[in-house]
Ligand binder design. Structure first.
Ligand code: F6R
Length: 240
């Protein structure tokens, strides 16, 4: 685990966008694992900027998002499908057929999760996986649990996650279930980049970096991956 500490979220965005855009330059058919939430927004802004400035095409790139809420229409302003189009895809030349999500409205969520996992495998696996981290150290929507999860699955969100994310839901109530990639699947990515900013993340970051590897701190599993870059601001790094 290599920890990089920056002064601002914007500086993190510049540094992480550089890594992603260089990957696309070197491997125009790469497979990217993407996250939603506040943490990746400066990265997505800078990827869009570099795409234009350096004329880097994303036409061959495939993306797979980590998670999606259940029982929320795809068109809802809070679906992760909408978030990704607004924050990133609409500013790139990426092809719609190459952007992939778990379908949180699938009637058979187990079959949907299997479909998604198979598609990722058929695409050759994820080259770079971007992650945020929950205040409770979740990655994707892998909440603290008795054991590490494997492939994609349907999860009941914890009170901590509902509390942190419900601020975005002013019209419809926040869903209490989501489909998410599993921990083992996240760990199968060739390279993992995790971004955390702000004081609310400091405890989770301390436990992830310095604590024991335990499913009660889902992000601690990243200690066992051999190519993980952590990008923090000073507040998130304050307990290290
Ligand atoms: C989002 C995701 C979550 C977030 C985490 C942090 O796709 O999988 O694990 O990364 O909840 O969210 P923010 O960045 O909003 O603090």
């Amino acid at each position: 685990m290599k920890v990089n500490i920056f002064k601002t979220a914007e500086e993190i965005g510049v540094a992480v966008a550089r890594i992603f855009v260089d990957e696309v330059k070197n491997n125009p058919n790469c497979v990217l694992g993407l996250a939603t939430g506040a943490s990746p927004i400066p990265t997505y802004d800078n990827i869009k900027k570099l795409h234009k400035e350096e004329n880097v095409s994303f036409k061959g790139v495939k993306t797979y998002n980590l998670d999606e809420y259940c029982d929320l229409p795809k068109s809802d302003k809070n679906s992760y499908y909408t978030f990704m189009h607004e924050q990133l895809f609409n500013g790139l030349d990426i092809l719609e057929e190459n952007v992939h999500f778990l379908d949180g409205n699938a009637v058979d969520s187990e079959a949907e999760c299997k479909r998604y996992d198979n598609e990722i495998n058929e695409a050759g696996g994820i080259d770079i996986q971007l992650l945020g981290i929950g205040n409770n150290a979740h990655i994707g929507f892998n909440e603290p649990a008795e054991s590490f999860t494997d492939g994609s699955f349907k999860v009941k969100l914890t009170d901590s996650t509902i509390e942190a994310n419900k601020i975005y839901f002013d019209e419809n109530p926040m869903p209490h279930y989501a489909l998410t990639m599993g921990v083992k699947q996240i760990m199968a990515a060739k390279k993992i980049i995790l971004i955390a900013t702000g004081p609310k993340k400091a405890e989770a970051i301390k436990n992830m970096v310095k604590g024991e590897v335990t499913p009660l701190v889902p992000a601690s599993v990243l200690q066992e991956h051999d190519d993980v870059l952590i990008f923090l601001d000073e507040a998130a790094a304050s307990l290290l």
